[in-house]
Design a protein around this ligand. Sequence first.
Ligand SMILES: [Fe+2]
Length: 238
Amino acid sequence: MTNLTLPNFTLENHTVWNRMLTKQMNIIEQNIDHISMHLIRWIEIAELHIDKIPNVLELSNRLEKATWRRLCDAEDPFLSHDRWFEHLAHKRFPVTNYIRTMENFEFTPLPDLFHEYFGHMPQMFQSFFADIEEKTALLHQKAITQKQKKDIFNISRRTIEYWVLRENGTEKCVWTGILSSPGDLKYFCNNWFILEDASLEKLISTPPSPHQQHSKFFVFEDLDQWDNLLEEYEKKFM
Ligand SMILES: [Fe+2]
């Protein structure tokens, strides 16, 4: 299924969006030393409305012009790994069409559209990300054993959702999970997380817990390291 539905959002839904985006941008501005210079530029390029939830059709059309990818409805908030990678391999990025409530303002265990739009879109508007996410998905589709599939899923989560980039010797936030969670973003800016240098062995042996806050994240030296890790995995284990 590749269609997109356009829900009738309530005033409260738009208010949650506005407050979330305002809060996250304020935290980012106040902690600019902890945020990747790439991410600041990417957020500008994504051009998300601050006052109301973006129209997903318009967002998808802009994404297609930027990176030849389209958004599609996530059929389920817990998409199977196979289905998730199938979408990415076919140049589709699945998005949910509901937003968290005020009660889940700081952290939502279920991915909502704030996570998809504000967390993922700044990256997805970059060809580098769109291409490497597709490359990760194609590698997953090539996997034969359950162990290979699990390893590639772990690499994917630890990069797409949770990665940290070292810029001029300092660890900077680029990851999508933190971007959409005020609690996580504050933790990161206050150095309350354990950060370790990324390696293939660490990534494949550290399964993510997507429905609870994490305490440890892996630091990448540059944007190409993700690509290099995929090639290293393919050479060693496939
Ligand atoms: Fe995500």
